[in-house]
Design a protein around this ligand. Structure first.
Ligand code: SF4
Length: 335
């Protein structure tokens, strides 16, 4: 499978207004292949939304480069850059903020089609929009097209956003927490819809979430990318990753998923972490950034940052992944 997007040695820093540089992403290398679903998971502040915004060029990287179909996006000519912007779409978490409150759904959806000359007339726009509205199961379309965003439910607005992304025939959709503001009863149907679009049109998805259950649901047979404080710490097939987590942070994340079993009540207090506090990005630890919270940390972890390396077909950034995976105690002196 060829790559749609490749992120190479990406760093993203922001100024916090007091001349302090906050390193939100560090040393990110990742490729998204044709037709695959990749779930990006991690706690708030781990950089997953920033990563999504870099993929669609809302933010440029501070260092490194991003390639679309093998070509660096910063050096694309006008036409190729437009192809990239149409080819890589984003669906945002807040569907209300993503739609113009003063425009009907038809006005919002037809404007980019006319602007980018994908259609020539409003009648053509109506035909195309109706097709994709039916695809996202908003039918009969007349019931939705001439309404304003506030007249629709959160689930319906999220389907409209998906239809808007589909209209320009993308190769990749970055979906940033697309179901987190939707009623629990509607989440599965939205995830099913994205999986259907993946199968029907071969569209790749980057599904950004803090919720491992929905990540596993949509990326079943796809990959998971686990992020911690701006770094990728594990990449693997999602089912293998969940059965055999290699990074201690991912192990803790999995333990934190609530279990509907009264005999396991109170397990959350036994999370394999030294601390529940998420460190401040402005004041990161030396060496492995997870070491202040890691129950396996040694002196080596405090001085040397582990690289993302291959292990049994996956990628993991931990000095001791082999011994942790095998359940063996390693020498905590770091020697
Ligand atoms: Fe824990 Fe050390 Fe591995 Fe970091 S490198 S995750 S601190 S064992």
């Amino acid at each position: 499978m060829s790559s749609i997007i490749e992120l190479k040695n990406i760093e993203k820093h922001f100024e916090d207004g007091k001349n302090t540089r906050v390193k939100v992403l560090r040393n990110i290398n990742l490729d998204i292949k044709e037709g695959e679903i990749v779930a990006v998971v991690g706690e708030s502040g781990c950089g997953k939304t920033t990563l999504g915004k870099l993929i669609v060029d809302i933010h440029p990287p501070t260092e490194g480069n991003i390639q679309y179909l093998g070509r660096e996006i910063s050096s694309l000519d006008k036409k190729s850059y437009k192809d990239y912007r149409l080819g890589v779409q984003m669906v945002h978490q807040d569907s209300f903020a993503a739609l113009n409150p003063n425009k009907t759904i038809f006005q919002s959806l037809s404007a980019p089609l006319l602007k980018h000359k994908i259609v020539k007339t409003k009648a053509e726009a109506l035909e195309l929009i109706s097709k994709y509205m039916e695809d996202v199961e908003l039918a009969p379309v007349e019931q939705f097209l001439y309404k304003y965003p506030h007249q629709l439910s959160g689930g319906q607005r999220q389907r409209i956003l998906l239809a808007r992304a589909l209209l320009v025939k993308p190769k990749l959709i970055v979906a940033d927490e697309p179901v987190s503001m939707v009623d629990a009863s509607l989440r599965i149907s939205l995830l099913d819809l994205m999986a259907k679009m993946n199968k029907l049109y071969g569209i790749s998805f980057v599904y950004i979430t803090h919720d491992l259950a929905t990540a596993r649901y949509i990326a079943n047979n796809g990959r998971v990318v686990v992020m911690y404080l701006g770094n990728i710490v594990e990449v693997n097939n999602i089912n293998d990753a969940i059965q055999n987590p290699k990074h201690p942070y991912f192990k803790a994340l999995l333990k934190a998923v609530p279990v509907a079993d009264p005999t396991q009540k109170g397990m959350i207090s036994q999370l394999p972490l030294k601390s529940m506090e998420i460190p401040n990005l402005k004041n990161l630890a030396k060496g492995c950034k997870f070491n202040p919270r890691c129950i396996y940390a040694t002196e080596l972890c405090e001085s040397k940052e582990p690289e993302l390396r291959e292990l049994n077909g996956s990628l993991v950034a931990c000095h001791y992944a082999e011994s942790i995976l095998g359940g063996n105690e390693h020498d905590k002196s770091g020697c």
